[in-house]
Design a protein around this ligand. Sequence first.
Ligand SMILES: [Fe+2]
Length: 187
Amino acid sequence: MDRQRAIEILNKHLTTENLVKHSYAVEAVMKALAERIAPDEVEEWSITGLLHDLDADLVDYRENPELHGPKTVEILKEEEFGNERMYHAILAHNQETGTPITNEFDRCLYAADPITGFITAIALVYPDKKLSSVKVKSITKRMKELRFAAGANREAMRSIEKLDIPFPEFAKLSLEAMQQIADVLGL
Ligand SMILES: [Fe+2]
């Protein structure tokens, strides 16, 4: 799978700046997760992270939540890019599609998606708005404050524990992955 081609597809279909940044953040977290639990699949997992929200400018999530995912798969097939495993993970990351989470790959995308927005929200609380100010402790603490970044799905993030990765470890891995591309994320 060719990352350069994936970036071309991303830029062609997704233009909202924050969504593009979110795509890079999920790519970084998926890469770190794959390096830990599926070292032979790093490229597949990373690129899936990069492309998982490809349809986000096209689908009105509030109107038609069940189309978020299927539309991405449609675009990828038109672009002749990706494979069935990737499509399945993209469908399953949005539980509104009714696609079950059936493997580690699906599970990781499901958990990686909300944690990037959650960590971003935590960074923005600091005066310098930098990821370098965020600590793992602040992430675990904010998890319990349900009114903070209420849209970040706690159940999805915590479900990483089904893979025997304790949540604080997932938080650390995700934070460090995002810190490595802080310039791209503008944080
Ligand atoms: Fe996403």
